[in-house]
Design a protein around this ligand. Structure first.
Ligand SMILES: Cc1cc2nc3c(=O)[nH]c(=O)nc-3n(C[C@H](O)[C@H](O)[C@H](O)COP(=O)(O)OP(=O)(O)OC[C@H]3O[C@@H](n4cnc5c(N)ncnc54)[C@H](O)[C@@H]3O)c2cc1C
Length: 653
């Protein structure tokens, strides 16, 4: 990717065709029903003749594979984990949103839609956000029917709590283990199909390339992580549900194995990448304790329901928190945002934490922390109540820090957590490659420039249980697919490519570990493409990434062979892809010279330091096209129209 695209250099871009998101006509409330009514169906007897490849068995993938299997398709589901239960979705703590209005506190489908569009800082597609809110109510019913043990109130109704950026209580939860319980539900549904013979599971198998035949996605190339065998698999449709790419920052709250390889390889085969720079920095994570660390731990946003965030008013105050009197504490979120208080959206809370730390009022080692204090909640609700609601989170905190957060406030700091960017998809969740569908965190999502808490599980399950099971059959029924097998030249070429890349990584035999490169990349990205981004910083990092990538391919050391379980080799392939994706993220961040949601450009802020959008120039989703090795990527735009939630400066004051 030498140089910068014309758009970034300030030269008008050439007239690339505007992307068609295939948004159905008609009133927003009827679009999804109308779309479903107009889509083609496949006769039950014909479904088993079609093979659907699903890569990923987290919430989005497991839900899609189980549902398409139940419909009667022949589904082949791939994961690099040893079991679907290990997908990163299992880590989700706080909850899942749904517009059930069980609390009768003013919630509705429209309000959830409104909150999502506003929370996403007007960079989400209205039609998708509305559909997500509609489908949210079905998700809860589906999961309850599966036996997911959501928390219940005394009378037996499902309990809810609040998450950031909203003023209703619509978040359903299972203690601090919501993702685990939802994944066990999806996993059971999947197991049922495996037993019924409709789904074939391929664990410990990593997708390393996408195969495109006659312009359509027709299969994948995988590597068996135990034997190293490289194989091709043919299908009529490929679904990628491979999660997010926050690990580009090295340190993140994601599972260590989460990576971008599947979507990056598909991007290189022609799938456009949507809004790659839109990443979420979560405000409540346990601060980094040293250079040795390889992972950060989230403290669920649900804690902000009752915990109060503060720092000392005085700079450099090193007293113990309980020795600092009330009058010398700054509850800065409550002060600055009285309407939402501690429950402002994540981007707002993260930036506010960074600001007070930059002012020298941060707490803990290096001043990289703020307090999350439960003293008031314990006094108000009683200790037992707090233990019941958040017990396992306090336990995680104590195991990692050694501190008892019932007695001293937690220390928290923002950390990379979620990626709103991902492969661009239309309303059907189909990428720019016909037959390649993308679901869950892997697509560029319904969340815009910032995701509200508890909305990722909602989106993953909406995509998997409800959207793909309608749109994939429509594609199968209408696409004219030639008969293809793995002897086709496209499969042979993709396999050869995978072998060559694997071989090259083993051949280098340099002097630096894969992790050392990953750590350097993470530092570059955190410094210049993290919580605050500037023109100068992004240009600096754009110059450094190619140098680091070049050194990686010259000097990385991967021990072992390709014919055995070799985790260094797995990591090397993933880091090689991160080194390419990182450049696209910075390029996207550089071209978007406005601030919006999680993307904060220091040059574009209001007098109070809030993000300032530039709707005249940037009211679009950016979709980047790979144009070849060493070539500039091409920028395409999907204009966004806001007809129901009118464009306005976000305010949580
Ligand atoms: C600590 C934490 C807590 C969270 N809490 C919440 C919460 O409370 N509420 C909420 O809404 N969201 C939460 N989130 C976000 C949410 O958990 C994720 O966005 C969501 O679970 C992603 O699901 P997914 O199915 O898209 O991907 P994942 O669960 O990441 O699954 C990806 C799957 O793809 C497979 N895979 C990936 N690449 C390949 C490949 N190349 N070949 C083969 N297989 C591959 C993996 O093996 C895995 O099976 C949290 C996130 C974190 C990190």
């Amino acid at each position: 990717m030498p140089g910068l695209p014309a758009e970034v250099r300030g030269v008008p871009s050439d007239a690339a065709p505007v992307l068609d998101a295939r948004i159905p006509a008609g009133p927003i409330e009827q679009k999804w029903d109308r779309c479903r009514a107009e889509m083609k169906l496949v006769n039950p007897a014909n479904r088993r003749k079609h093979t659907i490849i699903v890569v990923g068995s987290g919430l989005a993938g497991a839900a899609a594979a189980a549902t398409l299997g139940e419909q009667g398709y022949h589904v082949r589901c791939f994961t690099f984990h040893d079991t679907p239960r290990r997908a990163h979705s299992i880590a989700a703590q706080g909850g899942i949103n749904a517009a059930k209005n069980y609390r009768n506190d003013g919630d509705s489908v429209f309000r959830l839609f409104y909150d999502t569009v506003k929370g996403g800082d007007f960079r989400a597609r209205e039609a998708n956000a509305y559909r997500l809110a509609q489908v949210s109510v079905n998700i809860i019913d589906q999961c309850v029917a599966q036996g997911v043990p959501f928390a219940r109130d005394y009378g037996g109704l499902l309990e809810t709590r609040s998450f950031g950026g909203v003023q209703v209580e619509r978040t359903f939860y299972a203690r601090g283990q919501t993702g685990q319980q939802l994944l066990l539900g999806a996993y059971q549904a999947l197991e049922r199909q495996i037993a019924a013979g409709t789904v074939t599971m391929h664990p410990r198998t990593e997708m390393l390339d996408l195969v495109v035949v006659d312009g359509k996605a027709r299969g994948i190339v995988t590597r068996d992580l135990q034997t190293g065998a490289i194989e091709s698999h043919v299908g009529d449709v490929v679904v990628l549900a491979t999660g997010g790419y926050s690990n580009v920052f090295y340190l993140s709250t994601n599972a260590k194995a989460s990576n971008c390889t599947a979507i990056w390889r598909a991007h290189r085969r022609g799938a456009f990448f949507g809004n790659p720079c839109f990443t979420q920095i979560h405000p409540t994570c346990i601060p980094q304790s040293g250079e040795h660390q390889s992972k950060l731990t989230l403290m669920s946003e649900s804690l902000r329901n009752d915990g109060r965030v503060w720092v000392p008013k005085k700079k450099g105050d090193t007293r113990r928190p309980n020795d600092i009197p009330e009058s010398e504490r700054d509850y800065y979120l409550e002060r600055r945002y009285p309407a939402f208080g501690n429950l402002v959206p994540r981007d707002v809370a993260s930036r506010a934490a960074k600001e007070v730390c930059d002012e020298g009022r941060g707490v803990g080692p290096g001043g990289h922390g703020v307090y999350l204090d439960f003293a008031d909640a314990i006094a108000r609700l009683g200790l037992d109540n707090v233990v019941e609601k958040y017990g396992n989170l306090f336990e995680i905190y104590e195991r990692i820090t050694g501190d008892d957060a019932y007695r001293v406030p937690m220390r928290i700091y923002p950390a990379p957590h979620y990626t709103m960017g991902g492969l661009w998809v239309d309303y059907h969740l189909m990428s720019t490659i016909p037959g390649l569908f993308v679901a869950g965190e892997a697509n560029f999502s319904d969340q815009g420039a910032n995701r509200l808490g508890a909305s990722a599980l909602m989106q993953g399950l909406s995509d998997g249980y409800f959207i793909l099971p309608a749109t994939v059959p429509d594609y199968v029924a209408t696409a004219k697919l030639a008969k293809v097998d793995t002897s086709h030249a496209a499969f042979r070429e993709a396999e050869a490519d995978v072998r060559r890349r694997t071989h090259m990584l083993l051949e280098v035999n340099g002097r630096r570990t894969v992790d050392s490169f990953h750590r350097d990349l993470g530092r570059l990205m955190w410094d210049d493409c993290g919580m605050a981004r500037s023109d100068a910083g992004l240009r600096r990092t754009l110059a450094k990434i190619p140098e680091l990538r070049e050194e990686f391919h010259r000097n990385v050391r991967v021990l072992g062979t390709g014919e055995e379980l070799n985790q260094a080799l797995e990591k090397a392939g993933r880091v090689a892809d991160f080194l390419e994706l990182a450049e696209l993220m910075c390029l996207d961040a550089l071209h978007r010279s406005e601030s919006c949601g999680g993307h904060f450009r220091v040059e574009s802020q209001t007098a109070e330091g809030e993000a300032r959008r530039d709707d005249a120039k940037f009211c679009y989703a950016a979709a980047w096209e790979w144009t070849g090795h060493g070539q500039q990527p091409a920028l395409h735009k999907e204009p966004l129209a806001f007809e129901h939630v009118h464009l306005a400066q976000r305010s949580y004051k």
